[in-house]
Design a protein around this ligand. Structure first.
Ligand code: PAF
Length: 282
């Protein structure tokens, strides 16, 4: 496995590949089984697998956890090696943003998909995500790129960006990987105490039940109320800050209601437990 920090080294590596297929897994490191499932799928479907590890400052607001974001690089490299990754690209911020963050040309995400859910509480977040992903796509020029469906809004926005900019890259979404308790794996879970993990896991169970209620014919309003009352009141909003709990069309993220009830939908939730923000969907 090769590891490189510079665009030049990445270019040299790519020149040796001569048209063979490249599967790309962009990450911010702190790799867990969710990331490994993306790498394994990339390994199955492509001749070469490239992983990037880059904690992208452009997608964090000043009040977020950029400086505290976990960066266990050696451990991540060991995991990549075990998964037979061919190249890990670990640029420093100056390599990606040589003139700093202020002077950069940014991607504007599709408003209909970005101005809801996480886009409301994290203004500018998706501009930062799409900008870095487009830059990484241009550097790596993969045939396929792999993203986890836990970040479903991000996945949809990247898919639409690829269509809108006519990029010849297949975007593959991989199922959420969960702990036995139901808690969706996330690099931010390591900030949680066991008690908070339990609260987060219970919330997932409630989402699942709420989803089943809607599918069995209960109204969306009643089902969302069921989730709120059963779990949120149990733990108290003092411990758990609810950012959103919404049912939305799985394709367009339009609010799901009785008028478009024949369309696939998802339930989305975001909570804050102490300083840790967690998202999930079913
Ligand atoms: O999902 C992530 O880890 C990040 O948002 C991504 C796609 C690597 C861009 O920084």
């Amino acid at each position: 496995m090769q590891v490189c920090q510079s665009k030049e080294q990445l270019k040299d590596f790519k020149q040796e590949l001569k048209g063979q297929s490249i599967g790309f897994v962009p990450t911010m490191g702190a790799l867990h089984e969710g990331h490994l499932s993306l790498i394994r799928e990339a390994r199955k479907q492509n001749d070469f697998v490239i992983v990037s590890i880059f904690v992208n400052p452009l997608q964090f607001s000043p009040s977020e956890d950029l400086s505290k974001y976990p960066r266990p690089l050696e451990k991540d490299l060991d995991l990549c090696k075990k998964e037979n990754v061919d190249l890990v690209f670990t640029p420093i911020p100056e390599e990606i943003y040589p003139e700093g963050l202020d002077k950069i040309t940014k991607v504007i995400p599709r408003k209909s998909i970005s101005e809801c859910l996480c886009g409301i509480s994290r203004p500018g977040h998706f501009d930062g995500v799409l900008t870095v992903v487009l830059k990484l796509f241009n550097l790596v020029q993969p045939h396929r790129a792999y993203f986890g469906l836990k970040d479903y809004q991000q996945f949809l926005l990247i898919k639409r960006m690829v269509e809108d900019f006519n990029l010849n890259i297949e975007i593959i979404g991989m199922p959420i990987i969960r702990e036995l308790s139901g808690l969706a794996l996330s690099s931010r879970n390591q900030y949680l105490t066991e008690n908070k993990k339990q609260i987060a896991a219970n919330l997932f169970q409630s989402l699942k039940e709420g989803h089943e209620l809607i599918n069995s014919g209960k109204s969306i309003g009643e089902s969302l109320l069921f989730i709120r009352e059963k779990y949120l009141s149990k733990f108290g909003l003092a411990k758990l800050e609810l950012d959103y709990l919404e049912a939305r069309n799985a394709d367009t993220l339009e609010i799901y209601n009785a008028y478009n009830a024949d369309i696939p939908f998802k339930l989305f939730v975001a909570i804050k437990l102490g300083n840790t923000r967690l998202i999930d969907n079913v």
